[in-house]
Design a protein around this ligand. Structure first.
Ligand code: PMP
Length: 358
């Protein structure tokens, strides 16, 4: 019997470090792939007015039916497909893992990749298989085929575009993975607003394919709302592990209102894409910086001569917060910057040049 209270915590949980979020007070915040733009004034005013009618004394609609209908229509979810909503797509990953978890089962994804796939595998007592990407961050199909055959994963997560590398994997290679997968395949399209590619239109072709998206990167990270689409019968099962009322009243109201007035979001995404391309161009010209192509709202880059930890610290001292990805292996000496407003991007580029020249 465990002695101390803490001994009751499973060893694999005690080994984990909690997901770290850096303090961004007073900083130019380019670390978390947020949209830098706020709601336009007029939309903000109407939204506040609309919220006056929200019934805070009542539980929210448990299925968030009206919001689901709106999302299906605006996001062009094919007719007849099911949908379940999560408190951010993080919660959907957790729901999927809870729904399939059983001794000996595993989740498979790619490394470097989004850290929550492996963390949630651990939370739910599942094994995690991280298949290494090739050095240019494309899918290594030999390794992928072998890992799928050997491990028979219950779920394969494919981020499209990938975080933290920013690239879109080859669609034909993903097609092959979908066809050979023994279990579920989830295409995580968190960065969809910045990439002209999606598996949403192909959903009806495969009963085991799911497409997951979030409103976070398109400008509504504070609402915490993700959606998972796919075969209605399968979604119905995933829905059973969802806690009741997971999408709160304010989020349901706000998301419905904003989606009804969503024109400005496309304009913001377009600005971010155009600023991303300008930033990529600028960074490519910097001596000693290797820049990786991006179809997302962030850029991964490697410092060829300077030390990434020191450059990260120097940027921090200059008031610019980005993400330090430096770790042994393919992300050696790498940093990741989110595309912000033009002013923020200039502040970052100026600070980076200062750091490299110091
Ligand atoms: N998927 C990917 C690939 C991500 O990078 C992120 C956030 N960084 C998420 C999902 C989670 O997004 P959210 O929980 O905000 O919906």
């Amino acid at each position: 019997m465990p002695g101390k209270p803490i001994d009751w915590i499973r060893p694999e949980i005690r080994e984990l470090s909690a997901y770290h979020v850096a303090d961004a007070t007073g900083m130019v915040k380019l670390d978390a792939m947020e949209n830098p733009y706020r709601l336009p004034d007029e939309v903000l005013r109407q939204w506040q007015q609309d919220l006056l009618t929200a019934d805070l004394n009542r539980y929210p609609d448990p299925q968030a039916g009206a919001l689901q209908q709106k999302l299906k229509q605006i996001m062009q979810v094919p007719e007849g497909q099911g949908m379940v909503l999560g408190n951010g797509s993080d919660e959907l990953i957790q729901m999927l893992a809870l729904a399939v978890a059983a001794p000996g089962r595993c989740i498979l994804s790619f490394e470097p990749g989004f850290v929550m796939y492996s963390m949630i595998s651990r939370f739910t007592g599942m094994n995690y298989i991280g298949v290494p990407l090739a050095d240019d961050f494309t899918l290594d199909m030999d390794k992928t085929r072998e890992a799928i055959e050997q491990n028979q994963p219950a779920i394969i997560f494919i981020a499209y575009p990938n975080n933290p590398t920013g690239n879109l994997f080859d669609a034909d290679a993903i097609g092959e993975i979908i066809r050979m997968a023994p279990g579920l395949v989830v295409i995580d399209e968190a960065y969809h607003p910045f990439a002209f590619a999606s598996f949403m239109p192909t959903l009806a072709e495969y009963g085991h394919l799911l497409v997951m998206r979030t409103v976070s990167k398109m400008g509504l990270a504070g609402l915490r709302l993700g959606y998972l689409c796919g075969d209605a019968e399968l979604i119905n099962e995933v829905n059973k592990v969802r806690l009741p009322y997971n999408i709160n009243v304010l989020t349901q109201y706000s998301a419905r209102f904003i989606l009804d007035n969503a024109g400005f979001l496309d304009g913001q995404a377009e600005m971010i894409r155009s600023d991303r391309d300008k930033m990529l161009k600028h960074m490519t010209l910097l001596d000693g910086v290797e820049v990786f192509p991006s179809q997302a709202n962030f850029i991964l880059f490697r410092l060829k001569h300077a030390d990434a930890d020191k450059v990260f610290d120097s940027l921090h001292d200059q008031g610019v917060l980005i993400k330090n990805m430096n770790s042994p292996g393919v992300l050696h000496n790498c940093l990741r910057v989110t595309v912000g407003t033009s002013e923020e991007n200039h502040a970052f580029l100026f600070a980076l040049e200062q750091a490299l020249n110091s």
